[in-house]
Design a binder for this molecule. Structure first.
Ligand code: AMP
Length: 520
């Protein structure tokens, strides 16, 4: 039997861990690096490189190098998030036949779960090399706000990579597990997660083995990259001022300055001042090379990025409001994500919540460690205390009714697993089928929400309108995945329903994409 690991499949970076001899262990690659960029560089044929090597390819072949696939996983091609990604990606993003996203690299179209599968496979191989044992099962973490399609797509990615997905676990729940919030009194924990590209805040209520995500909020375009872009803009202005050149539209200059900005940020997390140097940043048409140098201190840097830190607290306010709490009612604050290493962020979090955050665990590894603990308890039932993790639905779930409105069946923040039923009546005389469109989201209008799928219940008895009742039951399982049943009340028997997937991969597609025979 193979080993079960925990994988933090991140937007920018991923991490893998497992419990060995009772202790969580984070696996490093051959060079000793404990996290891997979630970057996949495609070559010819089916070959691909992943992680640090792929990140290097980003500089010279960005059109064949896929970053942030997690932003595309389980999303429809016409969604706002995908539109934003399209605007800033060097690789092609198009629409698949079923409305989901396809990525165009080396003349091939690939699905987002396939890209994520490459990352999962890479993490699996790192763990296998470190353990010298086979890894065949994993608990994989996702943001608490991930909807059904995104969770399904993450499961699809695991299948493609040949991993049995034991559980899809919410990232904040994993962080709380890593901090050992399992025993003891009832308490509220806020998980503040600021990574490279995204920000999430989740509020958990923990009572012994119950982990309830009582509220979650986030900004999918707010992270360390934005800090780097903000500082790079300042560097560019300074460079233009020093040289008298106008290089606002020069992509290469911007990219080099962005890298310099990230180095400066990391240096400023331990030092008070940093000297930024970019030799030969720009070569003019006359062949003259221009270097860039500047000195930045913490205070100046703080002024540049403070609006971004403030934005995280606007999101925290939303989550606290949904939980009906004030910042001071939170008992513990946990830090997750590389950006929480930055002292400015830590100090601001401390001020906002009125208490020092727990930061004893590595913020890059804490989610993978929690996932490993969960993987261990799911595979060692006799040894581990029974693990009941109670999560909540991040978004409301409902069906479209006459006039394009949404009738909510399971409201947002309901604890899962859960089920709920609603009865619908036929709208026309002699109607023999009903089409039920399932939406996830908070808008009253169906079209503003995410369409999860459509169900056609056929074979109803023809009767005058309103006389046939159809009971639709929504069930959300432990993984947050939605199942729907429909029942014709007049016949009293359950009818078959046809699910028309609007996104995600068909089982044949998953099978075809499996990596069994692919060399990495
Ligand atoms: P993550 O997505 O959680 O891996 O976080 C990556 C982000 O954290 C990137 O924006 C990094 O530049 C940033 N980061 C990593 N280490 C540090 C550090 N020591 N100080 C400041 N930012 C950091």
């Amino acid at each position: 039997m193979g080993v079960a690991v925990g994988i933090d499949l991140g937007t920018s970076n991923s991490c893998v861990a497992a419990v060995r001899d009772g202790e969580p262990v984070v696996f490093a690659d051959a060079e000793g690096r404990r996290t891997q960029p979630s970057v996949v560089a495609f070559g010819y044929g089916k070959s691909a490189v992943v992680g640090h090597r792929a990140r290097r390819q980003l500089l010279y072949a960005p059109e064949n190098t896929v970053v942030s696939a997690k932003r595309l996983v389980g999303r429809r091609a016409d969604s706002e998030e995908v539109r934003r990604m399209k605007a800033q990606s060097a690789f092609g993003i198009t629409e698949g036949e079923n409305g989901d996203v396809r990525i165009r690299v080396q003349g091939r179209l690939i699905s987002a779960p396939e890209v994520s599968a490459h990352v999962l496979m890479h993490m699996k191989k790192i763990a296998e090399a470190a353990l010298d044992e086979e890894v065949d099962k994993a608990v994989i973490t996702v943001p608490a706000y991930f909807n059904d399609a995104q969770r399904q797509a993450t499961r699809d990615a695991a299948s493609i990579a040949g991993l049995e997905c034991l559980r899809i676990l919410n990232e904040p729940t994993a962080a709380a597990l890593a901090y050992g919030f399992r025993q003891g009194k009832r308490q509220h924990v806020a998980v503040y997660d600021l990574g490279g590209g995204t920000f999430d805040i989740s509020i958990l209520r923990i009572d012994d083995d119950f982990f309830e995500v009582v509220a979650t909020a986030g900004d999918t375009f707010l992270g360390g990259d934005d800090f780097d872009y903000a500082a790079a803009d300042e560097f560019l202005n300074e460079f233009c001022r020093q040289t008298g050149l106008n290089l606002v539209d020069n992509r290469t200059v911007r990219m080099k300055l962005r890298e310099a900005a990230e180095r400066a940020k990391i240096a400023l997390s331990t030092g008070d001042e940093v000297e930024v140097q970019v030799p030969a940043l720009y070569r003019g048409p006359d062949g003259k090379e221009h270097d860039f140098t500047a000195i930045v201190d913490r205070f100046t840097y703080a002024q540049w990025v403070m609006p971004l830190v403030q934005r995280t607290f606007d999101v925290c306010d939303d989550a606290l409001k949904a939980a009906g709490m004030t910042p001071r009612q939170v008992d513990h604050v946990l830090l997750v994500g590389g950006m929480t290493r930055f002292p400015l962020v830590r100090d601001a979090v401390q001020q906002f919540f009125g208490k020092s955050p727990n930061a004893s665990l590595n913020p890059d590894e804490v989610v993978a460690v929690g996932a490993a603990i969960q993987a261990h308890s799911l595979t060692n039932v006799e040894e581990a205390a029974s693990s009941v993790l109670l999560d909540v639905t991040p978004q409301s779930l409902g069906v479209r009714t006459v006039g394009g409105f949404v009738e909510v069946v399971i409201p947002r923040n309901t604890a899962i697993p859960t089920d709920s039923s609603k009865v619908f009546h036929t709208a026309f005389d002699n109607q023999t089928e009903v089409r039920i469109a399932v939406f996830q989201g908070e808008s009253r209008m169906a079209e503003d929400n995410e369409l999860l799928g459509e169900f056609v219940l056929e074979g109803l008895t023809p009767k005058p309108r309103g006389q046939v009742k159809v009971r639709v039951t929504f069930e959300i399982d432990n993984d947050g995945i939605v199942h729907v049943r429909a029942l014709d009340d007049s016949l009293g028997i359950e009818k078959s329903i046809r699910i028309e997937a609007k996104s995600g991969l068909a089982p044949e597609e998953i099978k075809a994409a499996r990596f069994d025979d692919v060399d990495f």
